[in-house]
Design a protein. Sequence first.
Lengths: 264, 435
Amino acid sequence: MSAKPRVAIHKFASCSGCQLAFVNMGAELIELTKLVDIAHMAEVGHVLSEDEDMDIAFVEGSITTPHDVERLKKIREHSRFLITMGACATSGGIQALRNNADTAEWMRSVYAKPEFIHSLSSSGAIANYVKVDFELWGCPVSVRQMLAAVRAFLFGVTPPNLREKVCQECKRRGNNCILVTQGAACMGPVTRTGCGALCPSFGAPCYTCYGPAENINVGSFGRRLMGLGLSQEQVLRKFASINNAAPAFSDAAKLFCSEPWMEE
Amino acid sequence: MSTLNPKRDIDIQVPLLTRVEGEGSLEFTARDGRIEQLQLRIFEPPRLFEKFLEGQDYTEVPHIAARVCGVCPIAYQMTSIRAMEHIFGVLEDPWVHAMRRVIYYGEWLQSHALHINLFAAPDFLGYADALQMATRYPEEVKRGMLLQGLGNDMLRLLGGRSVHPIGLRVGGFHRAPPKHEVADLVDKLLAARDAVREFAAWAVSLPRPVDEQDFVSVAIRHPQEYGINEGQLVSDKGLDIPFDRYPTHFREHQVEHSTAHYSMMDGGSYFLGPLARVNLNFDRLPQEVQNLAHDLGLSFPSRNMFMNVAARALECHLAIVETLDILQHYKLPTRPWQDYTPRPGIGHHCTEAPRGMIYHRFEIDRDGRVKTASMIPPTSQNQARLEQNLHSAVEHFGLDHTDEALRELCEKVIRNYDPCLSCSTHFLKLKVNRE
Ligand code: SF4
Ligand code: SF4
């Protein structure tokens, strides 16, 4: 049989977008299958049990049910490296907004018969439950970063962890800063790069989809946004977006919250 | 051929359906010659998007709504944007309208090519998965991926990336693509013209089953164009209403035996998606696409459910033909979006997602924030029809077939709808069954 390293792609609560970004690689995907054996990926028709040993497990999605926790632990036991793929898996995703709300009440208002739902009251990052070897941020992930991670692990090295700000990428691309020139509420100064400063290159403000960058001062940046005319509540919502449960952003949300930001 | 006792106990479980978007299971039991339970269960945990949207600034809606589904983010962005534009009194200008069709066609082409190539073809050719099929049909699979990639290029031109594009905003687009980028894409589209015809011919030639069903097609119809993002909601049973009357004809409810929210139109099930669209709008296809259908010996309307594959293939051709037509006449606009003043109110809109019509209703308050949101995706609207389809297909086929054959039939029927189980707004989980 093949001696190629075995890779699995698992899904928890997510929009499937990170997996799709992976499938959208096209020709590069065929190249990748020459390097590794994609042993489990339901979307393309490969299903193995969680008890199969894997070299690399990519995990998409956040943990929202008791059964998810069991499944995740099994995956961890049987994987040499576990890599989170995207905002959902890495920080809990947009759906972590429910952690700060009355989930039971929400369920009742959305579903007439909420007793059918077995669900935890939170949406948790993978690292809240098991050890994670490497995190890939982004909503969706960058396929370039994903391939680089696979290659690095195959060569037995840890992939580079780039945590600089979107701003740096903008400078390298020669973009006009839309925050300075147009007063746009761009979150680039607190967001980690990886996307190539995509939104500002289109003239659109960054909305934090790659999560927090290194060494950020959320307090002074939030006040800067208020100086641009945003209300305190709007600043809160800017941080409490796609990566609302990432510690740096949930701290920021607490800072700009006029009512107590509900915890635990 | 049939040898087994149809009155035997049948218990078929497919705990994790493959080659569909998202995750779900098939549960099938029959006793004494009668189907007791036959359904597609969706175990995508609820992500409660309609609630997250409440209180958000209207400008954030396109980012948040997109995350419902990575497979059809344009459907969520475009439908919510248009619903809000109705509130703000924006009349879509022709440049914005045309570019919205281009990016939507990108999503269709990407999604349809992926479905035909990697999900449906292995079914019809008898392979367990796409990678296995690729060793026997390398050129075909490559061609499918090329078209999928072209769909992604169309998405990138206006949206910046293929999953959760960032280029759309209320009023239009953040950026007008520069001419050289448009010219590059036009070259690629021209080069793919033959490939897409061959792809369609191949899809149509796959040995597809016949499954004649009685169903009501529903789709958007437009006076001149193939209905995608503007028009009226029509059915082949006489429905013809503006989008804001959706709530008076369509109702959602939960049923005892299932986990999904079911949608009914005037009390009955209905069918959405490529076949429903082609059934209702064949005359709106460009002549070139109609000619291809004739050359391939296809005729519409059709009652054979598996013609859904052929309809999808024709729409791939359509996506390339019409996008070329639009982009070959591309002109830079003075500005890629229109101005408006936010104001409070309620707006409704429908568009055609790759899998069928999607309906959004947004209520905006006087501070420009979302008061309530409702988003009804095609897969949940198709759920009642899909279950009826499963029952009648199995009854017609006969319970005297092996479990294996019955399972294969059910999987084919389900996959034919290309259900997208990721749109978790309107599904709920009853039971997780993976062991
Ligand atoms: S991180 Fe974003 S793109 Fe990836 S699965 Fe989650 S919502 Fe989808
Ligand atoms: S600019 Fe910000 S929101 Fe846009 S893609 Fe990059 S990280 Fe995501």
